[in-house]
Design a protein around this ligand. Structure first.
Ligand code: 5AD
Ligand code: SF4
Length: 493
């Protein structure tokens, strides 16, 4: 099945982020939907996923759980018996978009009262009873750790009972569930390696909606990656809110060392990365998201040691000013961040792709502090940047402790300045690739022409080139002849 993106629904506005595609915990407001997988007698499920890649990955777990219990999937909401929205709560605008979508599905439900509408994910976790009982917009509510319970929740709705499970878990990693690949090109897939987040950045709702951090067993991660490779996939992206703090041990929570029947094993992120890279030199390995406070030289050295670990790091800075970083509880300084960038350049060279996240207009940010962010961007020259105006989220530490006192107008002005610097930096960085030859994994046709193919460089840049005899799913060498601010243009060598 080919990718299916809903692009023709006017109310879905993706202008909030200028991201060309989504990253691990970088939201996008364009939903992705399920594909057709249902047998004629089965009840049909249609899932729309909003937000970060973790949500898209979770929807593949949801589809798997539902298929196991006799449901099928469909890409057409009009023929669905169940509609699940896997939601994002990271900014108010994401929630508003999803609300509008819920309203649309409720219009359909008025004509078809048997249609079951469920809300999953971060917004479900955040709003809990509100959508079910107060507003009566949904029949079912399931938080990110409750997906095994979904079939049971559906049967509760069938029985006329309240169907809500928003319990967060300290253990659940869905490790044993083989995701059903949705919207897959058969070449790249996401593998969730951990869940939750313990960082408590003051602006962020994720620790409240996704719960405590826990790492998935490396054995199941390796088995999943191996299976993907055997099926012809050539790229996996390891997903976590903070992959650098991945830590798995065979000593279970509460278990004493002397109770362990085997030697104690601990696996950190650098070790996991190496294990996945060793599956096959033709399997590209990517990961996201890294955290500046936790990203070690060991990870960078592992990246350097394996050609198939892609030379690209998403390292959110959020602000270039130390007072604001402290208010955000990011636990690093501007100087520390710049030192991590220097380490990337030292160990991986200038070709390593770099992207970041930036928030404009966080509580009490002054013009001079905003200029610190701009000057940091100028110094680093990111290849890509996911840029957002601060949006206060109820329940977060920032909402409790600080006034959201920067006007929308100033937030917007600062954001525009950040975006315009980024455009220049992205273009500068692309120009550096002109004249080089790059190894590309071909992942599809160019958006503009069937005569052109496209793929990504190790550094995660999109390259478009005349197709000649190249095939989707293959590695090719491309000489880069030209570039725009977003794309490299080349020809096969
Ligand atoms: N307002 C604006 N942006 C936010 N992000 C997270 N929370 C907020 C918020 N309340 C951004 C951060 C994060 C990315 C996923 O979303 O930049 O890295
Ligand atoms: Fe949110 Fe910070 Fe955790 Fe990222 S690291 S999910 S921004 S709390």
């Amino acid at each position: 099945m080919k990718n299916k993106l809903i692009t023709d629904i006017p109310l879905l506005d993706s202008s909030e982020s200028v991201a060309p595609h989504t990253e691990a915990h970088t939201p996008c407001t364009t939903p992705k939907i399920t594909e057709d997988n249902a047998l004629p007698h089965q009840r049909k499920l249609y899932i729309e996923s909003f937000g970060c890649q973790m949500n898209f990955s979770d929807s593949e777990i949801v589809a798997s759980v539902m298929l196991e219990h006799g449901f099928g999937t469909t890409s057409n909401h009009l023929e669905a018996d169940l509609i699940f929205l896997n939601t994002c709560a990271i900014r108010d605008k994401a929630e508003q978009t999803i609300r509008k979508r819920l309203m649309q599905f409720n219009v359909i439900k008025r004509k078809r009262p048997d249609l079951l509408i469920g809300i999953l994910g971060c917004m479900a976790e955040r709003l809990k009873h509100k959508l079910l009982e107060e507003e009566k917009l949904v029949d079912l509510v399931a938080g990110p750790d409750a997906y095994r319970d979904l079939p049971n929740l559906v049967f509760k709705v069938d029985d006329g009972q309240k169907a809500l499970n928003v319990l967060l878990s300290r253990e659940e990693t869905y490790a044993d569930i083989a995701p059903v690949r949705l919207n897959s090109n058969g070449i790249s897939a996401f593998i969730s390696i951990m869940r939750g987040c313990d960082n408590m950045c003051t602006f962020c709702v994720v620790p409240f909606t996704r719960g405590r951090e826990r790492s998935r067993s490396p054995y199941t991660i390796l088995a999943e990656a191996q299976e993907l490779f055997d099926k012809g996939y050539r790229e996996v992206t390891l997903l976590g809110q903070n992959v650098d703090s991945y830590k798995w041990t065979n000593l279970e929570r509460g278990q004493k060392l002397e109770e362990l029947q085997e030697p104690k094993i601990e696996v950190n992120f650098a070790q996991l990365l190496e294990m996945v890279a060793k599956i096959h030199p033709d399997l590209r390995v990517r990961f996201t998201t890294s955290h500046p406070k936790d990203m070690t030289d060991e990870v960078l050295q592992t990246m350097a040691a394996y050609e198939n670990i892609c030379k690209y790091i998403h390292l959110p800075i959020q602000s270039g000013n130390n007072r604001i970083l402290k208010l955000m509880n990011r636990n690093y300084t501007r100087e520390w961040y710049l030192e991590r960038i220097a380490a990337i350049r030292r160990i991986l060279g200038n070709e390593c792709g770099l992207s970041t996240d930036i928030i404009s207009g966080f509580c009490t940010e002054t013009e001079a502090e905003h200029q610190d962010t701009v000057s940091l961007m100028d110094a680093v020259q990111f290849d890509m940047n996911y840029m957002f105006a601060y949006s206060e989220r109820p329940g977060t530490l920032a909402a409790k402790k600080y006034a959201d006192d920067i006007s929308p107008e100033i937030k917007r002005q600062r954001l525009e300045e950040i975006i315009s610097h980024q455009r220049e930096h992205g273009h500068n960085r692309n120009k550096l690739d002109v004249g080089s030859t790059q190894k590309i994994l071909v992942d599809g046709y160019s958006r503009r022409s069937q005569e052109h193919l496209q793929g990504r460089t190790s550094s995660n840049k999109v390259v478009v080139f005349p197709k000649e005899n190249a095939k989707i799913g293959e590695y090719v060498m491309v000489y880069i002849e030209d570039c725009s601010s977003g794309t490299l243009l080349g020809r096969l060598v």
